[in-house]
Design a protein around this ligand. Structure first.
Ligand code: SIN
Length: 304
C-alpha cells in the first residue's frame, strides 16, 4: 500500500491530481465519461464578474508537443456560475473544489472572491493573475510583485478560505512575485500558467490565432514548470500547486520532487479526456517503481 494523500491548506486530497482551470469545464462534462470523484480535486473554469464571450476565433493553434490558446476568459459570469454551473457540479463531484477567479481591476477580483467565498464546496480560491489573452487585467497583475501583492492583499481581506495565486511564467523573476504574494498573505502559489506564444500560417502569411498571440501549453513547457516550481519552493514556505505540461504520473512525481504539494493537469485533458484518470491509476505503480511509500516524503525532495 502506498499513500497518495496530500494536504493543501488543511484540505486532504486523496491524491495530488487536479485538472487545471479551463480544461475541465465544471466537471459534469467529464462525469459523463467516468466517476470524477477519483480526482484529488479540480479547478473550475476561470470566472469573471461579468459574462465574457471570449476572443475572436480562431483561438487555437497546434504546436509540436503543445498548443496555443487565446480563449480570452470565456465564461458565463459570476452570477450564472453560482446559480447554474455550481449546482450541476455539486451533483457529480462531492469534494472541495478550487474556484479560479479573474478580474480586470482589483475591485473585480475582490467582488469575485467575496461572492465565491460563500460557496460551501469551494475549498480554495485560485486567483488568476496570469491570463495572457486579455489586453488589460489578467497577466498585467501577475507580472509585477507590487500588483500581484495588491490583488493578494485585497482578496485576502474579503475571504475566509485559503487563497492561492496563479502565476505567469512570462516574467524575469518568478521568485520575487511569489515572495510578494506570500508576504501579502497568500496561502499558496499555483504555477505555471501558459507561456506567450505565436504561430504564423505559411499559406496566408498571417498569425494563426485571431488575437495574434496566445498561451502556449502542453508537454513542451514541462521543463519550464519544473524549473519555476523548484525556484519558488526555495523561496516560499506556503504550498505550491505545480502545473505546466503534466501528462503522466512520472511528471507528477517530478514536479513534487521540485517542490509541488499537488499537481494540476491542463492541456493533456484536451488531448485525452481520460488523462487524469490514467495518471491517478498509474501513480501507485510509478511510486512502487521508484520506492516511494508516501508522496508527502518526496515534496521538495530534489532540494535535499
Ligand atoms: C483563457 O481563457 O484565455 C485562458 C485562461 C488563462 O490562460 O489564464
Amino acid at each position: 500500500m502506498v499513500n497518495t494523500k496530500v494536504i493543501l491548506s488543511g484540505i486532504t486530497l486523496d491524491n495530488p491530481v487536479i485538472p487545471a482551470s479551463g480544461t475541465f469545464g465544471y466537471g459534469y462534462e467529464f462525469a459523463e465519461l467516468y466517476d470524477i470523484n477519483i480526482l484529488g480535486s479540480f479547478s473550475f473554469k476561470g470566472t469573471t464578474k461579468e459574462p465574457r464571450f471570449g476572443n475572436p476565433t480562431p483561438r487555437i493553434a497546434e504546436c509540436t508537443e503543445g498548443m496555443i490558446n487565446s480563449v480570452g476568459l470565456q465564461n458565463p459570469g459570476m452570477e450564472k456560475v453560482i446559480s447554474e454551473e455550481l449546482p450541476k457540479m455539486k451533483k457529480v463531484f462531492h469534494k472541495p473544489v478550487l474556484a479560479n477567479i479573474s478580474g480586470f481591476s482589483v475591485e473585480e477580483y475582490v467582488y469575485c472572491a467575496e461572492r465565491i467565498n460563500e460557496e460551501e464546496q469551494v475549498g480554495i480560491i485560485e486567483v488568476n493573475v496570469s491570463c495572457p489573452n486579455v489586453h488589460h487585467g489578467g497577466m498585467s497583475f501577475g507580472t509585477s510583485p507590487e500588483a500581484a501583492a495588491e490583488v493578494t492583499k485585497a482578496v485576502k481581506a474579503v475571504t475566509t478560505k485559503p487563497v492561492y495565486i496563479k502565476l505567469s511564467p512570462n516574467v524575469t523573476d518568478i521568485v520575487a512575485i511569489a515572495k510578494a504574494c506570500e508576504d501579502a498573505g497568500a496561502d499558496g502559489i499555483s504555477l505555471i500558467n501558459t507561456l506567450m506564444g505565436m504561430r504564423i500560417d505559411l499559406k496566408t502569411g498571417k498569425p494563426v490565432v485571431a488575437n495574434k498571440m496566445g498561451g502556449f501549453s502542453g508537454k513542451a513547457i514541462f521543463p519550464v514548470a519544473v524549473r519555476m516550481v523548484y525556484q519558488v519552493y526555495e523561496a516560499v514556505k506556503v504550498p505550491i500547486i505545480g502545473m505546466g505540461g503534466v501528462s503522466t504520473a512520472e511528471d507528477v512525481v517530478e514536479l513534487m520532487l521540485a517542490g509541488a504539494t499537488a499537481v494540476q493537469v491542463g492541456a493533456a485533458n484536451l488531448v485525452d479526456p481520460f488523462a487524469c484518470k490514467n495518471i491517478i491509476e498509474a501513480l501507485p505503480h510509478v511510486m512502487k517503481k521508484y520506492g516511494i511509500k508516501d508522496l508527502n516524503h518526496i515534496i521538495g525532495g530534489a532540494h535535499k
